[in-house]
Design a protein around this ligand. Structure first.
Ligand SMILES: Cc1ncc(COP(=O)(O)O)c(C=O)c1O
Length: 308
């Protein structure tokens, strides 16, 4: 049982690792272990980096009491920051593309954040945030940070993103798994989860192979990543053993099957990770132990085509 906590922030991390024996088709040799990051208080893995970015900035003096915090977000980092800032007393502004699902903006507002929605680039599709859309959100973020003299919790560049997963998510997987981790796959947004986990897993076992998961096409429905951006601020190239491209349909199919077979109600990117893991077990890594993150909750996508 968890002891009395001084705040909700102590509930971030230490998520369960669950073997998906019901999800795995009978003809696929191996096992998939799922790190249930959607059970964090903000219902995503991004709570971890929100806490790490704020606490690292507090401890080295970049963030002083009451200073405004600003972040460019697809919603999950913003929700994590809204929680951390609510508990610690920082005003928080989330800058987000209007192409993301409405649940995210509503949840952040509910947690006391100011949410600035940036219209999508001409030709972009709602529910499909492109690199062009992100460039517009970046412009607005820079402007707001300048105008308000704010601290930018910059998940694309700050080392705290990597550190959250290198210090916690990766080591937790190593402690929880009774099996050596043969492969780790992760759908990249900033690449922070991939980079931090891959570094920790490879340090413990140099034979672990780590694959980045990317969308098949630049226009895709897998919210939270696949922006076609340079991931080098987070990533060490030597930790990338390959790239697996996943289509919207397989990601959606895996997300739905995960819910029906395991009772795990997740978002698109979790399904993308599962599709990639299945491909490896069916292909070059039969019999392997594959680890994936279940990045966020399906409740964040009730307004989308994922759940109809
Ligand atoms: C739902 C979801 N999946 C995957 C990712 C990608 O994670 P990372 O930024 O650590 O690469 C994000 C990032 O925002 C996300 O929100």
């Amino acid at each position: 049982m968890r002891k009395l906590q001084r705040s909700l922030l102590e509930s971030i991390g230490e998520t369960p690792l669950v073997e998906l024996s019901r999800f795995l088709p009978a003809d696929v040799p191996g096992r998939i272990l799922a790190k249930l990051e959607y059970l964090n208080p903000g219902s995503s893995k991004k709570d971890r980096i929100a806490l790490q970015m704020i606490e690292d900035a507090e401890s080295d003096g970049r963030l002083l009491p009451r200073r405004t915090v600003v972040e460019l977000t697809s919603g999950n980092t913003g929700t994590g920051l809204a929680i951390v800032c609510a508990v610690k007393g920082y005003p928080f502004v989330a800058v987000m593309s209007a192409g993301n699902s409405v649940e995210r903006a509503r949840m952040m507002r509910g947690l006391g954040a100011e949410v600035v929605l940036v219209p999508q680039a001409p030709g972009s599709i709602v529910g499909q945030v492109s690199g062009d859309d992100l460039a517009l959100v970046e412009e607005m973020t820079v402007q707001i940070v300048r105008e308000r003299g704010a601290f930018r919790a910059d998940q694309f560049r700050l080392h705290s993103n990597f550190r959250a997963h290198y210090l916690h998510t990766g080591p937790e997987i190593l402690q929880q798994s009774p099996y050596p981790v043969d492969v780790f796959v992760d759908f990249a947004g900033t690449g922070g989860t991939f980079a931090g986990c891959a570094a920790a897993l490879k340090e413990a076992n140099a034979a672990t192979r780590c694959f980045l998961v990317e969308p098949e096409h630049p226009q895709h429905q897998i919210q939270g990543g696949g922006y076609g951006m340079d991931l080098s601020p987070q990533l060490r190239p030597e930790d990338v053993d390959g790239v697996i491209r996943v289509g919207d349909d397989e990601a959606i199919e895996c997300t739905r099957r995960l819910a029906r077979t395991e009772g795990i109600f997740a978002g698109f990117s979790s399904g993308a990770n599962l599709a990639a893991a299945l491909r490896l077990l069916r292909g070059d890594y039969p019999g392997a132990t594959a680890v994936v993150a279940i990045c966020d909750s399906g409740l964040k996508y009730l307004s989308t085509s994922l759940w109809v």
